[in-house]
Ligand binder design. Structure first.
Ligand SMILES: NC(=O)C1=CN([C@@H]2O[C@H](COP(=O)(O)OP(=O)(O)OC[C@H]3O[C@@H](n4cnc5c(N)ncnc54)[C@H](OP(=O)(O)O)[C@@H]3O)[C@@H](O)[C@H]2O)[C@@H](O)CC1
Ligand SMILES: Nc1ncnc2c1ncn2[C@@H]1O[C@H](COP(=O)(O)OP(=O)(O)O)[C@@H](O)[C@H]1O
Ligand SMILES: [K+]
Length: 501
């Protein structure tokens, strides 16, 4: 159930399901209406006066089916519309079968109803909502009457989650077969309220032909790829990660990453520290090892000699020129048949390429697409991928995908709706985050977690997706008062509950 279907793919799913039978378009629509009414009666048993706002397409058709069923239960239902459905469409049949009152949108007043069913537009919304429909959406949102949206809150793009003109703020959204990206990307996600995905008779087999490439980030996506421990494992075989430290005044970020890499299961973690920061690290580290490194060659030699599998570069690092030297040298190590296979660039290691992102992309272009993970937040994304970031026509999902191809790297585009994208086209949208993560250092922890998973040889896309989900789950479990230090300490509980590690 974690596949996300674009509106175009959903249209294809409908088409394939109708071709396979036994349901035709109107039968699917009746099933959709049944699922809407079932959810509504269960959640709003006291709603006596219900308005159904019907658009001209099949979303409106679902509305007429729901109106008919609700009126058959004896409730006072009224439909409002300005455009009748196209003749011979499934929605046309649904409108004809509904025998209750149909009014003009001009006569609608939100205050006269206990509940509003929003069936203006769903997956077919193709342009900005204007005119009377827009005025009604604004008035209903202001009136605070509960809204149940059919498929999507009207005004939200199913493809991008963007608001086209104006959008309802629903308390419940009932959708069919699978969620769409618009249900999980902001601001769409906030507009949906509770999301109920219902079965309307579309068989799972349609997915074989559609082969979706976008997923909601749930443990199903990466559970199988999570590393397991054999009885004869030892710490270096389990996986050795290194974290590059900056100078004396910014060592905390390094230790946050290191602790997270260790807690997520790396067998050994070493902090590579410049001479001036050694003492402060030594005073704080216990199970995490410490190594003095000065020249780029020191780090590269250590990585080779000590069979290091992954590294984090960037948190608190400070020295941009050194980063620009280190990145090509480290990516080169990923390619030379040695143990080292994964580099995570975060924070300063992203900003270091702000003036010449092509320098990074050239180095990355010569390596395996699974060797590099970039973890930009909004600001860092714009620094590295200015043109892509500024393109208003692209959703966050599409931006992450374009950036991933451009950089030949796995991108973790962070935020309330973090998108993880791979150059091969796969993408995952994360939905379990909490605003509690907006605390200094939480990104450093995430970078460390990714490298800890890479050290254990988890495939890169799955490692990135797993780290993002586990990071958010840790935050939610800890709850209010969270600071970044708490996140690694919650991981044992998170992992144990999933039976991982
Ligand atoms: N068998 C199935 O397929 C099933 C589908 N199901 C349901 O169908 C929904 C998708 O139906 P849909 O494709 O008809 O699209 P929908 O969202 O109703 O809008 C299209 C209409 O709106 C119009 N229009 C668009 N934007 C506009 C705007 N801004 N302002 C004004 N008009 C605008 C557009 O006009 P046009 O662009 O063609 O001129 C067209 O007339 C889906 O969400 C689900 O609820 C379920 O019943 C299960 C079975
Ligand atoms: N409002 C929010 N809701 C959910 N997650 C958030 C929110 N704000 C930040 N985060 C998450 O917190 C982390 C912050 O990372 P980052 O901005 O790099 O912080 P820092 O640089 O302080 O470590 C990211 O994983 C991001 O997705
Ligand atoms: K709708």
């Amino acid at each position: 159930m974690h596949e996300l279907l674009t509106p175009r793919e959903m249209g294809e799913a409908d088409r394939l399901a109708i071709a396979a039978g036994p349901y035709d378009g109107y039968a699917l629509m009746r099933n959709a209406g049944v699922s809407i009414v079932g959810a509504l009666l269960e959640r709003f048993p006291d709603a006596g006066r219900i308005a159904v706002l019907c658009g001209p397409g099949n979303n409106g058709g679902d509305g007429y089916v729901a109106a008919k069923l609700l009126s058959e239960t004896g409730l006072a239902v009224a439909c409002f519309r300005n455009h009748a459905p196209r003749e011979n469409s499934a929605a046309f049949l649904a409108a004809a079968d509904y025998e209750g009152p149909v009014h003009s949108l001009e006569d609608f007043a939100a205050s006269e109803f206990d509940l509003i069913i929003d069936a203006f537009y769903g997956a077919g919304l193709a342009r900005s909502i204007e005119g009377i429909e827009r005025s009604i959406i604004d008035a209903v949102n202001a009136a605070n009457v509960p809204v149940v949206s059919v498929d999507l809150p009207s005004g939200i793009s199913g493809a991008s989650g963007a608001t086209l003109g104006a959008a309802f703020k629903a308390i419940l959204t009932v959708t069919f077969f699978r969620k769409k990206p618009g249900h999980v990307l902001q601001p769409g996600r906030d507009r949906c309220g509770e999301i109920l995905v219902t079965d309307i008779g579309i068989g799972e087999r349609v997915l074989d032909a559609i082969a979706p490439q976008c997923f909601e980030n749930t443990p199903h996506l990466w559970h199988q790829a999570f590393p397991t421990l054999s009885a004869d494992i030892h710490k270096y075989r389990r996986g050795h990660a290194v974290i590059f430290s900056g100078g004396l005044t910014a060592t905390g970020a390094t230790r946050l990453s290191a602790r997270a890499a260790a807690r997520i299961g790396a067998g050994a973690v070493t902090v590579l520290s410049p001479p001036d920061a050694l003492l402060v690290h030594a005073a704080h580290l216990t199970s995490i090892m410490l190594r003095r490194t000065e020249a780029v060659a020191d780090a590269v030699n250590f990585i080779r000699e000590r069979k290091v599998f992954s590294a984090v570069l960037g948190p608190g690092f400070g020295d941009f020129a050194r980063i620009r030297e280190l990145v090509p040298a480290l990516l080169d190590k990923c390619e030379t048949g040695e143990a080292f296979k994964g580099l995570v660039l975060d924070a300063d290691a992203l900003t270091a390429f702000e003036d010449d992102p092509d320098q990074l992309f050239r180095a990355a272009g010569e390596t395996d697409a699974n060797a590099l993970v970039l973890t930009p937040h909004e600001g860092e994304f714009h620094r590295l991928f200015g043109t892509i970031g500024a393109d208003q026509a692209l959703s966050k999902l599409e931006k992450a995908r374009h950036a991933s191809k451009r950089a030949n790297a796995i991108i973790i585009y962070k935020g309330p709706d973090t998108v993880i994208a791979a150059p091969d086209g796969r993408a995952a949208i994360n939905t379990n985050a909490t605003p509690l993560l907006a605390t200094a250092g939480s990104g450093d922890v995430l970078a460390g977690m990714v490298s800890g998973m890479l050290a254990q040889r988890m495939p890169t896309f799955e490692a990135a997706a797993a780290a993002v989900w586990l990071h958010a789950d840790a935050a939610k479990r800890f709850g209010p008062g969270l600071i970044a230090e708490d996140l690694p300490e919650m991981l044992p509980e998170v992992l144990a509950d999933l039976g991982l590690g």
